[in-house]
Design a binder for this molecule. Structure first.
Ligand code: NAD
Length: 736
């Protein structure tokens, strides 16, 4: 029999080698044809007397990237179309469709012949579930194994939840599932999810050896008298474990993620049932989670859109690709040092300049420290560390910028200093080289006035810490050219980060929205909401930290500076509010600047922090917590950010809905389950969102007034994704 995605060869011992190698794809994924062919292969192996057992491996460097999510999207689209006519039939079709893979894996597991997965490299989602359904697993030391489904609003629905919890230690297994973490080979072995580690060359031989040794084709859990390795759910050990597991789940997710919620349910319920029924329970919850708006929004933003942005959806198509060999960085401080590290890590030479050699060396030492940690953890070798460091030339000499393709300035946030370094750098840079500023707030067009080549001037705004934050905000000045944009995009791709492109304005997109979150926290303080309640409302709404805590991180003196500048710029038009008083009290009178001087809304002692008991001296006694509705506080914090995003969109600073959503999640951690700021509005519906804004305007003030675009959209019941569909590769092709 011949297959499109697989080959099958049987050796003289009767062992079939099944090689998965999808044509025209760089990575094996699970789609309809793969499912059908795998099912046929299992029938062939089971039905052919000459075949004693089988090894499944990949013909590519990686094993599999998991399920093709467009297949799931297709299932869902079908479901929504059919639902209007016959809801019950539509639900049944979705259940049957979404459990197909689980059934194929179960057939493999119970077909009577032993299967061994020989896994090299990346093995994700449905690929990992395939390996777990096999009777043995041999992996190479480049293994990266994960079930990352919770990260996109789903959970492993092809047996993953049931098999992991019957193989691994309960606590570690549950953590692995709930966090969607990636395991290296030794960790996977320690969790008992793999049996053996071999070198890539000997992988198949080791798998066959396992078969030769007489691998049992019946799993323990399919044998009579099977006992769960971690004990029953209803047992003394279970009574200790499961309530704690539930508490941890609540703490980590605030119950905002249906994917994680149904994962936990399917584990707890499934562990009380025999495998076939347990898999049915898992499938029921999987079909349920697929229908939630959270899953749809997360798949769209965190998978589809993010992939499109990573493939540089916004790069001008007519620009030739740039090969970036050397990048100059001005300012080796907090940000410059981080940018130097990620650039060198991408194999690009770096010139790192500061005012004196000591400061430049300190910047380079940051890369030394990060690589030192990586070596300690076994993630990099001593040679790799030395190689990376050799790429960074820490110096004070501007002449070294002469052959740079791109120069990024990250000096103090001060116009005059930025002007000087721009002039100094341009005096020696190649005429075609691009100059970028990492400013967080200063408009790029105004900074470009210091440049003789404003077409070559652009904003490349990183987030801190640079090595961890995946987003980069590219800012176009009025005169920035497509060539400069293409260079910035090619650079961001080279350092493996996700770009969004915004038009120039004060604070751009992310900084501007983040400030509204902090401001809303301060306004709540002024309204008499207890500080702890404000912080909890932020976290319960799905933000990574509360607004007061974020204010401390960003620095209250900086917030005070911004408020004072706005006050000065606007003069009599500036509306004095309670916010000004709180900030003035904190910063000017009490010198509480935030984390940077160990005191802000919190007191800091090393890594520990606790709310400052003196907050009431600044704000007065808070009202009792009962006088506030926690749901409304949560909404206030999210609505304010979403509303500011809609304004930025109307002002055309943001022009692509995908960038608004992805940027909000990656840039400032906006409630990921919502799919991002604009998905948040679309899910609620513009009419309901505008009503809520009006209600909050009456109750809390004019800052909640919905902008014109929103009001118009609400009148027509339009959504952002409906009215402003993103230009995908497909739609661009169709238009051409
Ligand atoms: P920092 O104070 O840590 O570093 C600034 C560095 O610039 C210092 O090492 C300083 O010695 C150097 N410098 C000053 N004048 C110089 C000159 N004339 N020539 C060469 N070097 C000079 O500041 P930072 O936090 O790294 O911020 C740098 C820039 O990045 C600012 O524009 C800031 O707004 C922006 N930014 C900061 C963050 C953040 O979270 N800190 C985030 C995004 C963007």
């Amino acid at each position: 029999m011949s297959y499109r995605n697989f080959t099958l060869e049987t050796d003289e011992d009767g062992f079939a080698l099944i090689t998965w190698d999808m044509p025209e794809k760089s990575m094996n994924v699970i789609d309809m044809t793969v499912m059908e062919e795998l099912s046929a292969i299992v029938d062939q192996v089971a039905g052919d007397e000459a075949i004693k057992g089988a090894v499944i491996t990949s013909g590519k460097t990686a094993f599999s990237g998991g399920a093709d999510l467009t297949m799931l999207e297709g299932l869902l689209k079908d479901f929504h179309i059919k639902r209007g006519k016959d809801a019950e039939a539509a639900a049944k079709a979705l259940f049957e469709g979404s459990r197909k893979l689980s059934q194929v894996y179960r057939k493999l597991e119970t077909c009577g012949k032993p299967f061994v997965a020989a896994v090299a490299g990346t093995c994700m989602g449905g690929g990992t579930e395939l390996a777990l359904a096999c009777h043995g697993r041999v992996v190479d030391d480049g293994l990266k194994m994960g079930l990352p489904e919770v990260k996109i609003g789903l959970f492993p629905g092809a047996g993953g939840t049931q098999r992991v919890m019957r193989m691994a230690d309960a606590q570690q297994g549950l953590q692995f599932l709930l966090q969607g973490r990636t395991l290296r080979a030794p960790q996977a072995k320690q969790l008992k999810l793999v049996d053996e580690i071999a070198s890539s060359r000997k992988l198949v031989a080791a798998a066959k050896k396992m078969l030769k040794a007489g691998l049992d084709p019946v799993k323990d859990w399919d044998k009579k008298g099977y006992k769960l390795p971690n004990g029953k759910v209803y047992s003394p050990a279970g009574f200790q474990f499961w309530p704690a597991a539930n508490a941890i789940y609540r703490r980590e997710t605030q119950d905002n993620y249906p994917g994680a919620r149904y994962l936990l349910r399917s584990v707890v319920e499934g562990l009380q049932l025999p495998m076939d029924l347990a898999l049915q329970v898992e499938s029921r919850y999987f079909a349920k989670v697929l229908q939630t708006p959270e899953a749809a929004n997360m798949i769209r933003s965190l998978f589809v859109s993010m992939q499109e942005l990573n493939k540089l959806a916004r790069r001008p198509a007519d620009q030739r690709p740039n090969r970036i060999r050397k990048v100059g960085i001005l300012g080796a401080g907090f940000m410059g040092a981080g940018i130097a590290y990620v650039t060198a890590q991408a194999g690009i030479d770096v010139v790192l300049i500061d005012r004196d050699q000591d400061a430049a060396d300190r910047g380079k030492a940051h890369a030394d420290e990060l690589m030192g940690k990586a070596v300690k953890r076994g993630r990099a070798s001593e040679e790799q560390k030395e190689k990376l460091l050799s790429r960074i030339n820490a110096t004070t000499d501007y002449e070294a910028l002469g052959d740079c393709d791109l120069v990024i300035e990250a000096v103090f946030e001060d116009r005059e200093i930025k002007k000087t370094v721009t002039e100094n750098a341009e005096a020696v840079m190649k005429s075609r080289a691009i100059f970028a500023s990492n400013t967080s707030t200063l408009p790029i067009t105004s900074l470009a006035q210091a440049s003789k080549r404003p077409k070559n001037f652009i904003g490349i705004h990183f987030f801190s810490p640079v090595d961890k934050m995946m987003l980069v905000e590219v800012i176009l000045g009025k005169r920035t050219s497509d060539r400069a944009l293409a260079m910035a995009m090619d650079y961001i791709k080279a350092i493996k980060k996700t770009p969004i492109v915004v038009n120039d304005s004060r604070g751009f997109y992310t900084s501007r929205v983040v400030m509204t979150y902090i401001r809303e926290g301060l306004m709540m303080l002024a309204d008499g909401v207890p500080a702890a309640m404000i912080e909890n409302a932020g976290k319960m709404a799905g933000m990574p930290v509360g607004p007061l805590s974020l204010g401390d991180e960003v620095a209250l003196d900086l917030a005070w500076k911004i408020v004072s500048a706005a006050r000065k710029d606007l003069g009599v038009k500036y509306l004095e509010g309670p916010l000004d008083n709180i900030l003035e009290e904190m910063v000017v009178k009490r010198e509480r600047f935030g984390r940077k001087n160990g005191k802000g809304f919190y007191d800091y002692k090393g890594k520990e922090k606790s709310l400052w008991p003196g907050i009431t001296e600044v704000t007065g006694q808070p009202k009792p917590a009962e006088s506030f509705n926690i749901e409304e506080l949560k909404q206030r914090l999210l609505v304010m950010q979403a509303l500011e995003t809609a304004r930025i969109f109307e002002e055309k600073c943001l022009t692509d809905v995908r960038e608004a959503d992805v940027g909000s999640i990656l840039g400032f951690g906006f409630a990921p389950y919502s799919g991002g700021t604009l998905s948040y509005i679309d899910t609620m519906g513009t009419p309901a969102f505008v009503e809520l804004c009006k209600k909050f305007t009456r109750k809390w003030g004019p800052r909640f007034k919905p902008n014109r675009l929103l009001r118009d959209m609400a009148r027509e019941n339009e959504s952002f994704y409906g009215k402003f569909p993103p230009k995908t590769e497909q739609s661009q092709k169709n238009a051409a």
